[in-house]
Design a protein around this ligand. Structure first.
Ligand code: CDP
Length: 230
């Protein structure tokens, strides 16, 4: 069967990553988390003093961007994708609220996006991938054969992120998370470079009231339809 590219875009914390990961596992495709790449760049800024107050030192980051290499490896046991920043496993650190607070600022920078998009396109060269993010169906892979745009209410998304953080033992405050979700929605939708928006040919999926199983059934059905036509 011909391999395709599956682009999953949407708002923050609507379960895109979990969904994209599960879909990739089900159909034997590779999964790539483009948000993890922007998170890793934000972490790099925190670790290397590339921050002035609460703002990114754009000049310093630009001079370092070629030195930032992000790779993914599958965890031996869980098979989940692990993010490496210049060879160091940063999977846990990039999910912190500190990184979440900085990431949309980093992701709005044109030279950061250029560098990441180039790496992302390389990952999709042989197709057979599921990639999730904000601009995968619009900018990274505008010709992707299957595009899904996911959304859910801000409250549902904040609750999901809260559950995720508390489940792994982190201290979390629901209101802080809700505020962060709303703020990132705003920055992502209004930035000049590749703003978050649904591609015209993407299927819309509002998963506020869907179970993971219902969502997966729907995705597999759509995947089968599309690959049958390829
Ligand atoms: O998992 P969550 O929805 O919270 O976000 P993420 O996928 O980890 O992405 C973190 C941030 O990176 C987003 O809020 C966007 O600002 C940015 N991002 C982006 O600009 N373009 C992408 N393709 C992926 C993420």
């Amino acid at each position: 069967m011909k391999k395709i590219i599956i682009a999953i875009d949407g708002f923050s914390s609507c379960g895109k990553s979990t969904m994209a990961k599960a879909l990739a596992r089900n159909i034997g495709y590779l999964y790539f988390d483009s948000g993890a790449m922007y998170r890793a760049v934000a972490l790099y800024c925190m670790q290397n003093g590339i921050i002035e107050g609460e703002k990114i030192d754009t000049y310093a980051l630009r001079s370092k961007i070629e030195d930032i290499h992000i790779t993914f490896e599958a965890d031996q046991e869980t098979k989940n994708s692990i993010t490496f920043l210049n060879g160091v496993n940063v999977e846990h650190e990039i999910r912190s609220l500190e990184v979440s607070r900085l990431v949309s600022q980093v992701a709005a920078l044109d030279f950061v996006r250029e560098a990441m998009v180039e790496q992302q396109r390389r990952m999709g060269k042989s197709k057979g991938i599921v990639m999730d993010g904000r601009d995968i169906g619009t900018t990274v892979f505008p010709d992707a054969e299957m595009k899904v745009f996911v959304t859910a209410s801000a409250e549902v998304r904040a609750k999901r992120r809260y559950d995720e953080l508390t489940a792994r033992g982190d201290n979390a405050d629901y209101n802080d998370i809700l505020e962060n979700v709303l703020q990132r929605d705003h920055i992502d939708q209004t930035r000049e470079v590749s703003p978050l928006k649904k591609a015209d040919d993407a299927m819309l999926l509002d998963n506020s009231d869907l179970t993971r199983e219902e969502q997966m059934d729907w995705l597999i059905e759509e995947f089968n339809k599309i690959t049958a036509e390829c």
